[in-house]
Ligand binder design. Structure first.
Ligand code: F6P
Length: 344
């Protein structure tokens, strides 16, 4: 019986467990045995595994997080990291490896396939929804659903106290979470990393919304760059093994809230939903999407179609080259800016 390793890397998100379950169900049906690799690429470097089978994963479809654990370890940034991955691939007697992750985790998978022809396939996950070559990633729908609930609560308290409320959401360098939260929550303004903020426009719209209803809601993406003077602070921020700055330290929601209060004279409060967006039960959409891409990954292994990722294209699950998914980030584009002009 051939072995398939499964790992989950990068930030966790709801949908990872259903995706693991999808791989295991399909792989066992095709006659493979699955091995869980602990904590992403770290487990491949250290040779850390756990047994995993259909019985173990049966009910994880409703669980947030990942039963395999995760890390932001990059084998290319560790001494002998890549060598250890290759050696452990052999030592674990793996026929193939299914890597579930975003641009970082799958970027490593892409390199291992390109440079060493390792039998890898990818499964797209990220609450940021910023992977190319797939229309959506699981984790995103749940994250926005959580943020939408938070926005609803802020509207209640903002309306009662006659305040401007600012909600900071995650999303890293892509504004998808902020944009979809703002649209679905009837926010009055949204600040995205992809679009430079026009402070006058923002203040003007907030003032008008406030005059009309005595409160306003602003959604801010964590990676937004407001005023030029804030940029300098970024240079001092820490970076992780994939070179990303740790955005939560920036406190953009708070900075924008202060800016609004100072320049409008309206009492303003901010809230950061943070990691609550990444936890909890996956939504229906994420459970189904994750299950489908997981099953497709096992099919790619069965068909020997390595170096590919299962992707949602329209309403179909298709195989796309890993390279296409990780080459460039998918960010909010001009079509959405036009929509923003109408809504905010
Ligand atoms: O990539 C997912 C994500 O949640 C980003 O939106 C966020 O910037 C980052 O991870 C936070 O990372 P960590 O959990 O390591 O603080």
């Amino acid at each position: 019986m051939k072995n398939i390793g499964i790992l989950t890397g990068g930030g966790d998100c709801p949908g990872l467990n259903p995706a693991i379950r999808g791989v295991v169900y399909a792989a066992e049906k095709f006659g493979y045995k699955c091995i869980g690799i602990m904590d992403g690429w770290k487990g491949m470097i250290e040779g850390n595994t756990m047994p995993i089978d259909r019985e173990r994963v049966e009910y994880i479809i409703s669980q947030g997080g990942t039963i395999l654990g995760t890390s932001r370890t990059n084998p290319y940034k560790k001494e002998n990291g890549v060598r250890s991955v290759i050696d452990n691939f052999k030592a674990m007697d793996l026929y193939a490896l299914v890597a579930m992750g975003g641009e970082d985790t799958l970027g490593v998978a892409t390199k291992l396939y390109d440079e060493y022809k390792l039998n890898v396939v990818g499964v797209p996950k990220t609450m940021d929804n910023d992977l190319s070559a797939t229309d959506y990633t699981f984790g995103f729908d749940t994250a926005v659903t959580r943020a939408m609930d938070a926005a609803k609560s802020l509207i209640d308290t903002g309306r009662s106290h006659r305040r401007v409320m600012v909600l900071e959401v995650m999303g890293r360098h892509a504004g998808w979470v902020a944009l979809f939260t703002a649209i679905s929550s009837a926010a009055d303004y949204v600040c995205l990393p992809e679009k430079k903020i026009d402070s006058n426009d923002m203040l003007d719209k907030i003032k008008k919304a406030y005059q009309r209803k005595r409160f306003a809601l602003v959604v801010v993406s964590e990676a937004v760059e407001v005023m030029q003077e804030e940029k300098d602070a970024i240079n001092t921020e820490e970076v992780d093994q994939f070179g990303h700055i740790i955005l939560k330290e920036r406190g953009m929601g708070e900075k924008i809230a202060r800016f609004i209060e100072k320049n409008t004279g309206i009492e303003t409060r901010h809230a950061v939903i943070g990691h609550m967006q990444r936890g909890g039960e996956p939504t229906l959409f994420d459970r189904i999407l994750a299950t489908r891409v997981g099953i497709k990954a096992a099919e790619l292994v069965r068909d020997g179609d390595f170096g590919k990722m299962s992707a949602l294209v329209g309403n179909e699950i298709k195989a796309v080259p890993l390279r296409d998914a990780t080459g460039e980030l998918k960010v909010v584009d001009k079509n959405w800016f036009d929509l923003m002009d109408i809504l905010f």
